[in-house]
Design a protein. Structure first.
Length: 263
């Protein structure tokens, strides 16, 4: 199914539906149609990207595609089908929109009052609203969320906001991976509830599959042109480290651990 959706997104006709107004880079909701089949997608043209000093190489659209390839190689299944293709503004990424745009997704991360944290959720940060009310950032501890935390560590995700991780259509999906896969340690996430704890064996196996795909050359070939050689090597080193240590990472000293805003 993934390949069929990829083919549709890459080769179909793009119909513009509306701009995502709160996107820091240009993101457009589109409908892509091919052979009487259609899918909604988030379309991110390279021409609308804002230059980032700390991600000078390649494109954010290319990193979106690379993040999908890593997810698929490891069997994480967290990133919706994502392709690179030419659209109305030229080269762009398109990622399948999962679910109904009119139906709010179920959050697995939230900002709530201290006495309103859902049972079983883990608190990762306390703060105050501009009017002085105390709030808590907390997340679910379900296995799929834990797997997402491992995936983020593997791709060195520097912007895992709570709103980028959504339960939709019976699955857990992560979006917005354009600022990931850097060489320098930049993990910035709201999923710190397992910091320092042992990895689940199933997640170790997922990371091992990525490492194998890198070392047999298949994933390296697919990442060619999306990441630099140094970034691919850094991905391999992170996979090796996670397998060797078998522990969730802790925040990197000297680097903000939580993205802002958190949601």
């Amino acid at each position: 199914m993934g390949t069929e959706v990829e083919d549709l997104l890459a080769l179909g006709e793009v119909e513009l539906l509306g701009r995502i107004v709160d996107s820091s880079n240009g993101a457009v909701l589109v409908r892509v149609t091919r052979d009487d089949h259609s899918r909604l997608a988030i379309h991110k043209p390279v021409a609308l990207e804002r230059p980032l000093w700390d991600y000078p190489d390649g494109t954010l659209a290319g990193r979106e595609r690379a993040a999908y390839l890593v997810s698929e190689a490891g069997g994480f299944g967290i990133v919706p089908p994502t392709v690179l293709h030419d659209g109305p503004w030229g080269p762009a990424s398109s990622q399948e929109w999962i679910g109904d745009p009119e139906t709010p997704a179920e959050l697995v991360v939230d900002v709530v009052a201290p006495d309103a944290v859902p049972d079983g959720w883990r608190e990762v940060l306390r703060g105050e609203t501009p009017d002085g009310q105390e709030v808590v950032v907390a997340h679910s501890v379900e296995p799929e969320v834990r797997t997402a935390a491992v995936y983020d560590a593997l791709i060195n995700n520097s912007d895992r906001k709570g709103s980028h991780l959504l339960r939709v259509a019976g699955g857990l999906w992560g979006v917005d991976h354009g600022v990931s896969l850097s060489v320098e340690p930049k993990l910035r996430t709201v999923l710190w509830g397992w910091a320092g704890q042992e990895l689940d064996p199933d997640d170790v196996a997922r990371v091992e599959r990525v490492r194998t795909a890198l070392r047999d050359g298949d994933l390296v070939r697919r990442l060619d042109g999306l990441l630099t050689d140094d970034e691919v090597s850094a991905l391999d080193r992170r996979a090796e480290h996670l397998v060797a240590e078998r522990r969730h990472p802790r925040p990197t000293p000297g680097w903000p651990a939580i993205p802002w805003p958190a949601m």
